[in-house]
Design a protein around this ligand. Structure first.
Ligand code: FAD
Length: 409
């Protein structure tokens, strides 16, 4: 017990302080964040915020009363720039402003930061990224352009592409890999999603890379691709993934390897400091898996933080569970349960209408994951089956005439 300091007031940090209090952490709790806002939910940044349908208040993860009632000292607008660790779990955190906090236990929940492109013109006005509310407000204000180029066909890029296209903007998505969302979904799902975006008027280029951004008087006007194509662009969103924010941890001597390296109890290499959410490199929580990875999802931020709180209060439970993720792209509601390996096989289960399907991923006969598009009932069934260590009979999985529930074995 003693003073608990949480650095990073986002999804994971907010959950951590809630869970620590619930589990009986009695000492003072301080939650420090560099943004001017109390912890808020990020998924609407690429949708509702761009449509002008959300406010800071509506995005808040906890009510203002929560921090008061739970005696959480929420400190905003302070960026922690240095950590001194005593080796016992205790130490001092120093902010850019000079303010400092002594702590008995430290949790890092610093999230991730958008990658930028190292190409000519990347610093032109109108070349933007999307991670926080300030970014989303800039993007929303500038969406009155004729042409938007989205660099990166990942989740965030495609969400913004769909939102902008629905608002009447001409949108081109430029993806370097052979398929959209290539790191996460099967090529089959990627193709069907691509077709849906194209039907909604979005132009999708795969195997295409920007060579440079062209500008006029400091503002972007076009994206030139390596193959010589020039795409007009009044606005460019660069959505090419995110780096874990692990610099503080690394400078403090904690092991980092593309994220703060933690064990199943969220403990960093000193055995005391905890790291949760997008900034952590962790053992895959999927039962039976022995790989390590970084997960960037609301589910992971929340569930890992809940588990980490048990470590804090001296009743450590490992973080286990079946990771899941969702992405809303225009009319497509994509839900993914489980983590497939890239080479897992795919069985397509057609839906009862166009635009609805489930792609089941298998390793041998064992179900590893499912990509459900506009198929929330399938998602529920698969998520539950995976959580129970069960599978879906592979031979019959493609038969949409039989309810998925009946195929769980
Ligand atoms: P964050 O929520 O990013 O919080 C980290 C906080 O720490 C930030 O406020 C940061 O400014 C602060 N910080 C960093 N360093 C310091 C420092 N040194 N001092 C003080 N403060 C610091 N996930 C889904 O599951 N589904 C979705 O549909 C989905 N959509 C998304 C859409 C967008 C546009 C974005 C950006 C993300 C989306 N995600 C989605 C991902 C999800 O939001 C993240 O995985 C989640 O927010 C991670 O939580 P976190 O607490 O680790 O990081």
């Amino acid at each position: 017990t003693g003073h608990l300091l949480v650095v990073g007031a986002g999804q994971a940090g907010a959950q951590l302080v809630s869970s620590a209090r619930e589990l009986g952490w009695a000492g003072p709790v301080t939650l420090v964040g560099q943004e001017p806002h109390a912890p808020y939910t990020r998924p609407p940044l690429s949708k509702a915020v761009l449509r002008g349908e959300a406010t800071v208040g509506s995005l808040a993860l906890r009510s203002p009363a929560f921090y008061r009632e739970q005696r959480v000292d929420l400190v905003l607008d302070e960026r922690v720039t240095r950590l001194e660790l005593a080796g016992t779990g205790a130490g001092t955190a120093v902010a850019a402003s000079g303010r400092s906090w002594e702590f008995d236990r430290l949790v890092l929940a610093t999230g991730a930061e958008p990658r930028r492109l190292e190409v000519e013109g990347a610093d032109l006005d109108g070349v933007v990224v999307l991670r926080d509310l300030a970014d989303a407000e800039v993007l929303a204000r500038r969406l009155d352009v004729a042409d938007l180029v989205v660099v990166g066909g990942g989740f965030i890029g495609l969400e913004v592409a769909a939102t902008a296209a629905a608002a009447g903007v001409r949108v081109t998505v430029v993806e370097a890999g052979p398929s959209l969302m290539g790191r996460v979904v099967s090529p089959l799902t990627a193709e069907l999603v691509r077709a849906a975006h194209q039907a909604a008027g979005v132009r999708v280029l795969t195997g295409a890379r920007p060579l440079r951004f062209r500008g006029d008087r400091g503002s972007v006007t076009a994206v030139e691709l390596e193959d010589g194509t020039s795409l007009p662009a009044g606005l460019v969103l660069v959505g090419v993934g995110a780096h874990p924010r692990d610099d503080l941890a690394r400078a403090a001597g904690l092991r980092c390897d593309g994220g703060v390296v933690v064990d199943a109890f969220s403990r960093a290499s000193d055995g005391h400091t905890l790291a949760v959410g997008d900034c952590a490199d962790l053992p895959d929580p999927t039962p039976g898996s022995d790989r390590r990875l970084r997960l960037e999802s609301v589910d992971n931020a929340v569930e890992q933080a809940k588990a980490a709180a048990t470590t804090l209060v001296g009743d450590p439970r490992p973080y286990t569970g079946v990771p899941w993720f969702w992405s809303d792209q225009g009319d497509l509601k994509i839900q993914i349960a489980g983590l497939a390996h890239l080479d897992d096989e795919v069985v397509l289960r057609p839906g009862d209408r166009p635009g609805r399907f489930t792609a089941l991923r298998y390793r041998g006969d064992r179900l590893t994951a499912a990509e459900c598009v506009n198929a929330p009932a399938d998602f529920m069934v698969v998520r539950k089956a995976l959580a129970q260590g069960r599978t879906v009979s592979r031979d019959a999985a493609a038969d949409a005439g039989v309810p998925l529930k009946k195929l769980v074995a």
